[in-house]
Design a protein around this ligand. Structure first.
Ligand SMILES: Nc1ncnc2c1ncn2[C@@H]1O[C@H](COP(=O)(O)OP(=O)(O)OP(=O)(O)O)[C@@H](O)[C@H]1O
Ligand SMILES: [Mg+2]
Length: 227
């Protein structure tokens, strides 16, 4: 699903955010990208959906050579990926239902079908009573679930989440993780960037450890783990 081969990212003028990264993630895996602040977790996620371009190396995501895509290729790649951010990024003046449905409409799904998909997802995530509310009226945990619904509405085969529990209390964080676990159970590949070591302890998925741009450990390969 994801292959990184000798990937480096140097931000201008010459800041090495990722150095010589090799990483393989199979279809259907659930992986934490862990490591301290500044380690390069967000940068690595950005490279996967071409939010940033790698300076060196090869990146394959779902069979696409990410480093060589043109504009249309990038658009197609992003349709296959669901993105979840720490700060939710919901549109405050639109209803919850419209926030989710819009994500389907912008990739060409007819309005009625988009709304139906959004409605069903929100119900599944326990938000069916809130679909006419606007995001500022929701709790942090509810807003995060709306953001996750939006990420799922186009049936992505890969979900990338950057500190999705960073703004939530411990209980809501675990609830959100269980939600990701359910999505994972359906066969979706999940990659979550987090600096929350507690999360890694409570949910024993594969953890890849980054520090200062280098991949220093991977729980999948015994003996290599750095923690
Ligand atoms: N656009 C940019 N231009 C220059 N440097 C950047 C840019 N984005 C990130 N960096 C630097 O690259 C390094 C890695 O940043 P990144 O955001 O990937 O870290 P992170 O592991 O996600 O950290 P955090 O846990 O704080 O979110 C940091 O030192 C950061 O300052
Ligand atoms: Mg980050």
């Amino acid at each position: 699903m994801i292959h990184l081969f000798r990937v480096s990212k140097i931000y201008a003028p010459n800041y090495p955010a990722l150095v010589d990264i090799h990483l393989e993630i199979e279809k259907g895996e659930f992986v934490f990208l862990s490591g301290p602040s500044g380690a390069g977790k967000t940068t690595l996620l950005k490279l996967l959906f071409r939010g940033e371009e790698a300076t060196e190396g090869q990146i394959i995501v779902n069979g696409r050579n990410v480093t060589r895509l043109n504009g249309r290729g990038v658009a197609r790649l992003r349709q296959e990926i669901g993105l979840v951010f720490q700060e939710f990024r919901l549109l405050p003046t639109m209803t919850v239902l419209d926030n989710v449905a819009l994500a389907a409409e912008v990739v060409g799904t007819p309005v009625r079908e988009s709304r139906k998909k959004a409605f069903n997802l929100l119900r599944e995530l326990g938000l069916k009573d809130r679909h006419d509310a606007k995001p500022p009226a929701l709790s942090g945990g509810e807003q995060q679930r709306v953001a996750i619904a939006r990420a799922l509405v186009n049936d992505p085969i890969l979900v990338l989440a950057d500190e999705p529990t960073g703004n939530l209390d411990a209980e809501m964080a675990d609830e959100t993780m269980r939600l990701f676990a359910r999505i994972h159970d359906r066969g979706t590949t999940i990659v979550i960037a987090t600096h929350d070591a507690g999360l890694l302890k409570r949910f024993s998925y594969r953890a890849v450890f980054l520090q200062r741009g280098r991949l220093l450990g991977d729980s999948k390969f015994a003996g290599e783990a750095a923690t």
